[in-house]
Design a protein around this ligand. Structure first.
Ligand SMILES: NC(=O)c1ccc[n+]([C@@H]2O[C@H](COP(=O)([O-])OP(=O)(O)OC[C@H]3O[C@@H](n4cnc5c(N)ncnc54)[C@H](OP(=O)(O)O)[C@@H]3O)[C@@H](O)[C@H]2O)c1
Length: 294
């Protein structure tokens, strides 16, 4: 007998594709699995989305769909909130109504970055931009609609072999340019979508989760240090043939439309205590992705 039906939203995104790959390599026994891209399940269209859910009848929804373009979000407020707030609320209401569980992904951008020690899940939130505000609104909508059947996983600095992310951008620029400048006064923790996907599978298997968790690959580094590590590993793996100079710069020297938290290290101890999954440090997870890109 089937133990349940897992449905992943946002299947074409970095996390969505990673969840599909993990399922193909190590499926959770007794579960059915579906993963739908936006073209088949648009969470920003409440009636259509609810109809798709009612048709599929998932027992566990993993929401990997989101409007994630942080800078574009500053001038696209309605569209961002439609996905990140209304879309999340739609999933949460359907899940609460039908008795399904919901695992939702959120972000370090719900914090203002003024702390200097890792953020715990119940630390005060204060997003600095539209994207962070929309993700926080999604969290609140989820918590209001769910009847203890849902969990939020906040993560940071996601990367993978898929889609667009800092690691792939750095590798491209390092191959194309003679020198690079990278921000050194924003501190956070990189997270491979693979380790996040493994946590999600561990949570599904345990079945017992509720409220807010934090998840990263550990570390407390700047984008500059991350870039240095990427270059070092890529040279060793033979993806890059020559080292280029990388200069540390300040956020004010690299202005972006959206303000970002200066410090957003997340304390993941609650997740580590409650779920069993293999934990590798951020350098090891980076090496895995670099190896996949060779
Ligand atoms: N990337 C990061 O650094 C980071 C950091 C912290 C937290 N997060 C969170 O982690 C989660 C996964 O991020 P990611 O990096 O995998 O993002 P991603 O690669 O941008 O993927 C997001 C996916 O959501 C889809 N989507 C957008 N609007 C949708 C809608 N209305 N209905 C259904 N699908 C929709 C996109 O579809 P299209 O492919 O059609 O555009 C895309 O495939 C998100 O919740 C994000 O907020 C990300």
């Amino acid at each position: 007998m089937s133990a349940g039906h897992i449905l992943v939203t946002g299947a074409s995104g970095q996390l969505g594709q990673t969840l599909v790959r993990l399922w193909e390599r190590s499926p959770i026994p007794q579960y059915q699995f579906s993963a739908l891209p936006r073209t088949q399940l648009d969470i920003g269209k409440p009636d259509l989305a609810a109809a798709v859910l009612s048709e599929l009848q998932p027992t566990v929804i993993v929401n990997a769909a989101a409007y994630t373009q942080v800078d574009k979000a500053e001038t696209d407020r309605d569209a961002v909130f439609q996905v990140n707030e209304t879309g999340t609320a739609t999933l949460a209401r359907w899940a609460a109504h039908s008795g399904a569980k919901l695992l939702h992904i959120s972000t370090d951008f719900v914090f203002n970055g003024a702390k200097s020690s890792p953020y715990v899940p119940d630390d005060q939130t204060e997003p600095l931009g539209v994207y962070g505000a929309s993700k926080l609104a999604g969290e609140k909508a989820l918590l209001a609609a769910s009847n203890n059947n849902a969990a939020i996983i906040r993560t940071s600095w996601l990367y993978s072999r898929y889609g667009n992310n800092f690691v792939k951008t750095m590798l491209r620029l390092m191959a194309e340019s003679d020198a690079l400048s990278v921000v050194e006064d924003q501190i956070g923790s990189p997270t491979s979508t693979d380790s996040l996907a493994r946590l999600i599978f561990a949570m599904i298997q345990k079945r017992d989760y509720q409220g807010i968790y934090h998840w990263t690959d550990g570390g407390s580094i700047s984008w500059f240090e991350f870039a240095q590590q990427i270059q070092g590993q890529a040279l060793q793996a033979g993806i890059l043939s020559k080292a280029i100079p990388i200069t540390p710069i300040t956020t004010s020297e690299y202005p972006t439309p959206a303000k970002r938290p200066a410090y957003s290290v997340l304390d993941r101890s609650r997740a580590l205590e409650e779920f069993e999954c293999l934990v590798l440090d951020w350098e090891q997870k980076l090496a895995e992705v670099i190896a996949e890109l060779t």
